[in-house]
Design a protein around this ligand. Sequence first.
Ligand code: DLL
Length: 431
Amino acid sequence: MLFKEIESMPRKKLEELQLERLKKIVNYAYENVPFYKKTFDKIGLKPEHIKTVKDIEKIPFTTKEDLRDSYPYGMFAVPLKKVVRLHASSGTTGRPTVVGYTKRDLNIWSELVARVAFMAGVREEDVAQIAFSYGLFTGAFGLHYGLEKIGATVVPISSGNTERQITIMKDFGSTVLVSTPSYALYMAEVAMEMGVKKEDLKLRLGLFGAEGSTKEMRKEIERLFGINATENYGLSEIIGPGVSGECEEKDGLHIAEDHFLVEVIDPNTGKVLEYGQKGELVITTLTKEAIPLLRYRTRDITSLNPEPCKCGRTLVKMSSVEGRTDDMLIIRGVNVYPSQIESVLMSIKGIGPHYEIVVTKKGYLDELTVNVELADPEVLDEYHKLEELRNLIKNKLRSVIQIDANVKLVEPKSLARFEGKAKRVKDLRNK
Ligand code: DLL
């Protein structure tokens, strides 16, 4: 453990620390962010009303819309001269959200990423190739400083130019790959095309994050590269990567609870759920200076596991994010997460890990089409085999998502590949 005292702190002590920090941050947010003063005053809430951790439930949620409405700097608790770095979320819909960091925030951030990377198994001897895009996205810079803090040798190659990635990976002897899972998958394919075998590489560990991936998908990446694939999680609004990550047990992602207070709520009612129940993750930053956020709704669906971990860490674990409340598809009234479809596809032999989900409307009826790449192009010429495979996929999908999907088997390498976060879902119903 990199920070043993914190990571294996007795729960009682950790909760005391959280309460002390919570009181401080609530007061700080109230005094320095007009948005919070207004929110509190509107319901007659005063910072001193927060006397226990449970009292946090008195505080209204903060949402992505609140951040967007205050674009660009409205949620900052410090003057811009104290802010030494800006990042922004991708902003695929509407305005991006801008996040700032003070010097202290940056120090904490790199410490947290170092913690996550160490927990996954990165050591000083490692050569870490960062194939996230450097820029406003928090992924690359976040991992960069965290890995340097451990003392690993960082290769800041950024994303894209995939053949060059593979050449560098081979020539520099990269042992750790940092990327989205979908980019890792693509890289493995390009390596194969270039005739570079896993034995030609020194790669042993993957730090994957920034998007969801099923266990099955990570297993496939492990097989292709011959590595140990680990997962880490975070979001720009809260800090970036470093919020949580897997330890060697790979049975959930330990949350840095000394800096983030987490709750899981029912996304429809806002009710706080028990440990183990699945719902939306809500995070309160306990130490952020530039943008303190109270009860921020992440839209990510997960559950919390407080059981002591075999690794010795006492920090609560969150399960892998199953999906986002805003990428859940409602098809003919049934809730479907793309990850459910991915799990089904990955369990079937003969198809590759590349797929696309398309939702359309025929009259009043929603239609779900799943395009899947065949692993072997020969099958395309054999009608029986093709039909058999298509039916197998259809039936398995029906048993899991409870609706009928059109399944189209397409040629290998005909679907899009991704260098950053994958976009595998096309919902064309409102177009
Ligand atoms: O993706 C931060 C990050 C970078 C995390 C690199 C890990 C590694 P944003 O661009 O703001 O920040 O996107 C945040 O990405 O709310 C999740 O929906 C999703 N996400 C991030 N990590 C995971 C993960 C970065 N391990 C949003 N599993 C989050 C599933 C993830 N989803």
